[in-house]
Design a protein around this ligand. Sequence first.
Ligand SMILES: [Zn+2]
Length: 282
Amino acid sequence: MRRVDLGRVEPFVRRLADSQPGRALRKQLSRHPPAQSGGLLVRCPVCGQCADEFIAFGGGTIKRANALCANCGALERHRLVWLYLLNETDLFSGVVRRRMLHVAPEPVLEQRLRDEPLLDYLSADLDAGAAQEQMDITDIRYPDDSFDVIYCSHVFEHVPDDALAMRELCRVLRPEGWAILQVPILLEHTDEDPTLTDPEERLRRFAQRDHVRAYGADYADRLRAAGFTVREDPYAERIGPVRSRRYGLDAADVVHFCTKRTHHRPTDRRVIVPGPGNGTER
Ligand SMILES: [Zn+2]
């Protein structure tokens, strides 16, 4: 039987997949990328675009090579989370309707999530107009157990009382729900100083002028202290160097997959946590 070169047909299939009836096909393409694609070396899992490399990107004078997708704007961390959502969670299973809270939504992911027919999607941001709803995550105006899924990435490092923000997100997460809570991890131990307000000093110490701390490897402990059970998943490393390079991931990036710790419940309510044993890449 003649083998089809998926790399050659992918652009045509993708054009079809961009049509409304092709949504399911588009998902399939995202989950089953071709091993080769016309000789191009990288592939954005968010939009499917292939290229020789991603574009260099970064604040200040230091730019990261191979970082930004020229087609959709996805960075390493967006591609990592998108792959994780696709392959390690059942968010797109199309079986169960879920209520999702997306904090400080990245445009590259927001529209795609809004388009999911079985997601009751809500984006929220401290700045009115930056999302569907204005929200201070240290004072969330929703009852306990309101959301099945929470995604909040690169936000806590801007929040003076991050412990309160974490407790609030834990409070509004349903007991059976899960959250992906990401921050840049730069140090061995978290460095913070609430009295430090000089932007240049913050840039020097916390890597950005509007950061109030730099997180360390103890970040997961801070989430645990807020009431989460945390699985630190070295997903970029776990999928192997070939795929990691192909998708332009930062091999050091870890996905923080969090569930709500429920002290008062007996252990008969098992929470399925994805991992190498039960969350193989589809
Ligand atoms: Zn892209």
